[in-house]
Design a binder for this molecule. Sequence first.
Ligand SMILES: C[S@@+](CC[C@H](N)C(=O)[O-])C[C@H]1O[C@@H](n2cnc3c(N)ncnc32)[C@H](O)[C@@H]1O
Length: 195
Amino acid sequence: MGHRRDHEWLETFEGDGADRYAEHARWMGGMHERTARRIAEALPRGGRYVDVGTGPGALPAAIAALRPDAGVTGVDPSERMVELAQARLAVAPVAPVAEPGRVVRGDAAHLPLPDASADVVSAVLTMHHWPDLDGGVAELTRVLAPGGAIVVVEMRGPSRHVARALRRAGLIVVRRNAWVMGLPALVRLTAHRPV
Ligand SMILES: C[S@@+](CC[C@H](N)C(=O)[O-])C[C@H]1O[C@@H](n2cnc3c(N)ncnc32)[C@H](O)[C@@H]1O
């Protein structure tokens, strides 16, 4: 589904490319904030949150601030993105009872996380880069605990492929606009296992 081969995308998000993305992603701050509020509402008390393809860690940092009771994990294959996200999480407030958030290197196709270890899993503007979309969705569902939710934000075109992949995995998908600078430029998908 990607518009370029995956290794080229990974080069884009390594080294200076990661720093450039972190700088330009600031204009999506409103979208990240609104997405974080939806995730914070969906997390049970003391819940576990995982952000796959976390990039510079806008969402883990926002959830650590909004929900200091939650366990927060970011995952990204880019070494520089992991450094940037760790630095951002390090300055996020953490309650004395909570574990500090962590960011680990990993690919959506092989998440370095145990089965059923997350109450909410998110993937924001990353799934269109995954060379094996169904494999990535299988990993998101493997780490999702019973009753949990997957929250995706995507560009409109790729969001249709992602919604189909989530439904192929047996999930129920709700689709909403995600607004960027007053425009419905992106789509937010929330997926649950049927009860
Ligand atoms: C456009 S950035 C989005 C970052 C972040 N989610 C955000 O909203 O700012 C895409 C991210 O997806 C990551 N990525 C690319 N391929 C991936 C894969 N196969 N598995 C997990 N993450 C991947 C990149 O390293 C990059 O950090």
